[in-house]
Design a protein around this ligand. Structure first.
Ligand code: G3H
Ligand code: 13P
Ligand code: ZN
Length: 305
């Protein structure tokens, strides 16, 4: 059933698990995710970026997610990283149960002003709003403590932001990065900062850039020619700590992309004579389903239905 994101996340934060928020841009991804959720008895958030909407069209994507939500699994439909208000409006009109307004590149005043406006707009559709404060960036990119503080989420500012905007969940910057290349050496997540944020901010916290760049999927992709040698992702142990300290929604895109492309590379290599796209997509579908199931187990959302 299609469910409001707010409801899913409040339950998750209270019970200390996180709902996987998985990015999709085609039928295969949606089917793999809902297949995994059914198998794991896990709620799930299926989300689309502005780029995904541009690629596939919002009518197709929202229809696919609606079909996935027609069964017993609680599914929320979310706009990821909405930066352009036209996309936010489009998502709300197409029945998304939540939207993210990403004003992280704006100055604080402007971020608050537009987030407030989005919250007001979303309320008329019964949808909830995820907002972001701080710039999602890797800790190693900062040369000084002052610089790190200026980029990562400041706990007091986060509280003031939530109070001023009325947003329903908050994406924080604690050292994760989007994409496959997250860490140069050791993994660094600023868990102390997260603890301080969670003490003040009582709404569900969202972790972006959380892909683990799974070793076996990476190895498979590399075996078939992808160049990912130095790619390093977030460790499972850090994910578990983050969940313990208030993270209730975890965004994963890269790990699914790796699984999809590794599966395709494998099929193209193994089945050079096959021209049926359904057969060529089969390993990719299975691998994405496997990755989604692993996330559900790791995040503790498995078995919650
Ligand atoms: O966090 C961003 C997601 O990975 C979306 O990426 O804009 O390429 O669809 P995209
Ligand atoms: P990854 O690139 O680590 O999968 O992060 C995805 C994300 O944050 C989508 O909003
Ligand atoms: Zn993100």
């Amino acid at each position: 059933m299609l469910i409001t994101t707010k409801k899913l996340l409040i339950a998750a934060r209270a019970k200390k698990y996180a709902v996987p928020a998985l990015n999709v841009n085609n039928l295969e991804m949606v089917k793999a995710i809902i297949g995994a959720a059914e198998k794991m008895r896990s709620p799930v958030i299926i989300q689309t970026s502005e780029g995904a909407i541009e690629y596939a069209g919002i009518e197709y994507l929202s229809a696919l997610i609606r079909v996935a939500a027609a069964g017993k699994i609680p599914v929320a439909m979310h706009l990821d990283h909405g930066k352009n208000l036209e996309y936010v409006k489009m998502a709300l009109k197409n029945g998304y149960t939540s939207v993210m307004f990403d004003g992280s590149t704006l100055d604080e005043k402007k971020n608050i002003e537009i987030t407030k406006h989005v919250v007001k707009m979303a309320r008329t559709y019964g949808a909830s709003v995820e907002a972001e404060i701080g710039a999602i960036a890797g800790i190693e990119d900062f040369v000084s403590v002052e610089e790190k503080d200026a980029h990562l989420t400041n706990p007091e500012k986060a509280l003031a932001f939530v109070r001023a905007t009325g947003c329903d969940s908050l994406a924080v910057a604690i050292g994760t990065l989007h994409g496959a290349y997250k860490f140069k050496g050791e993994t660094h997540l600023d868990i102390e900062r997260l603890k301080k944020i969670a003490k003040l901010v009582k709404i569900p916290i969202v972790l972006h850039g959380a892909s683990g760049v799974l070793e076996d999927v990476k190895a498979l992709a590399e075996h078939h020619g992808a160049q990912l040698g130095k790619a390093r992702g977030v460790l499972d142990i850090d994910i578990k700590q983050a969940i313990r300290h208030g993270v209730a929604k975890i965004n994963i895109d890269t790990d699914l992309r790796l699984a999809f492309t590794a599966g395709i590379r494998e099929a193209i290599d193994d089945l050079p004579r096959v021209i049926d796209p359904r057969k060529l997509l089969e390993p990719a579908n299975l691998l994405m389903r496997e990755v989604a199931m692993r996330k559900m187990k790791l995040f503790g959302s498995a078995g919650r239905i």
